[in-house]
Design a protein around this ligand. Sequence first.
Ligand code: ACO
Length: 440
Amino acid sequence: MAAVEKMQSPSPSKRTATLSVGDKNVSFPIYDGVEGPSVIDISKLYGETGFFTYDPGFMSTASCDSKITFIDGDKGILRYRGYDIDALAEKCDFLEVAYLLLNGELPNKKDKQSFDRTVTLHTMIHEQLHFLFRGFPRASHPMAIMVGAAASLSAFYHDSLDINVAGERELAAYRLIAKMPTLAAMAYKYSVGMPFIYPQNDMSFAENFLHMMFATPCEKYKVNPVLAKAMDKILILHADHEQNASTSTVRMAGSSGANPFACIGAGIASLWGPAHGGANEAVINMLKEIGDVSKIPDFIKKVKDKQSGIKLMGFGHRVYKNYDPRATVLRKTCQEVLAELGKIDEPLLKMAVELERIALSDEYFVERKLYPNVDFYSGIIYRAMGIPSKMFTVLFAVARTVGWVAQWKEMMEDPKTKIGRPRQLFTGSAPRAFVPLEKR
Ligand code: ACO
């Protein structure tokens, strides 16, 4: 891989921010990014004033500086290393984008060939790992298997665990990106009681994944190019998304010096939640629960009733208060896949279209800027392809592994990196006398 641009300290702008605490005025440097909001560096706040900041959910907190991904949620912009996501999804393949995220530049032909070849040569997993899979009940959620399987790679690859050696970090990156689709397809095959299918080196990343999912030892699987292209696009669109919950989890785990395989296991755990990567599965479950287009108005009523606790899954986003640019790409891909498979009239898909229509015109959603997010369409595409809903978040993890690894490497190569250790506002019991067991 090409050398990554060295991380430097952000340079302070001429502006400062002043905070008055009691009779003290304290100034803090302001740093300007290339785009997006500037930040106030409050790292010396505690030392100067004895106060911490308080920001549950990181609503106003930048946890790091990064050169990888830029999002402007109000304008609906997502860029990897300066390139608009729609251009990358249209014109690149997934490994080209993986190279870009990791190295900062798009590869030339020679670099691409060499990168593709190296990833391809790492797609197999150690045979011993088959026994790990066999230890799980067949009904396990594949994300449960993935959390364990990804982290367990650290038990097999001792030559890529030294996070202080650039070559070992790079080898771990290749291994993770290459082996995740193999592990994901194995999790699926295991859940349906079918033999594992080995990777094929003459296939692209997306083709190989579909092959490992759907081929059987007794039946050749011919990869449909429309589906392979759609899969490639979905992978690109999910590859990175700045400092989201799972990426922040990977960074936090890595900040202690944990090995990259364990960190990615932590990222997968975080991604599993329905407010994050689990939403695409939740979209299909929601559509099944609604059951019929005629029941949609009643469902929307429940969503708008705060007492019900029901949310319209696949809508809304912490950062995008406009159309999610990934959803724009996938909306079109969704139509292409459905047309190719002759599934335009599928009832669940008809319901999805109707929900989208209502939500985009209903005052509740318009006022709150709740637009369809990437998960709304990815779930529909996966379902049309025959991928079971339990695998949706697993696919998200396969794609996001590239972003996690790029962000982890960036952090490890940043001399400013410190162990992540937030503080708290203590609201528990004041000091009190211990009461012995017999007197309680
Ligand atoms: N359905 C109904 N109402 C919603 C929804 C929704 N999907 N999302 C937000 N709202 C409402 C909230 O109830 C709140 O209303 P209020 O102002 O009257 O109290 C308002 O919109 C603002 O929402 P917040 O919860 O403050 O937004 P936040 O940024 O915290 O949440 C989140 C973002 C978690 C994504 C939320 O929109 C949600 O739960 N959506 C459904 C799950 C989903 O699709 N997640 C995938 C995210 S994309 C990804 O991870 C790739």
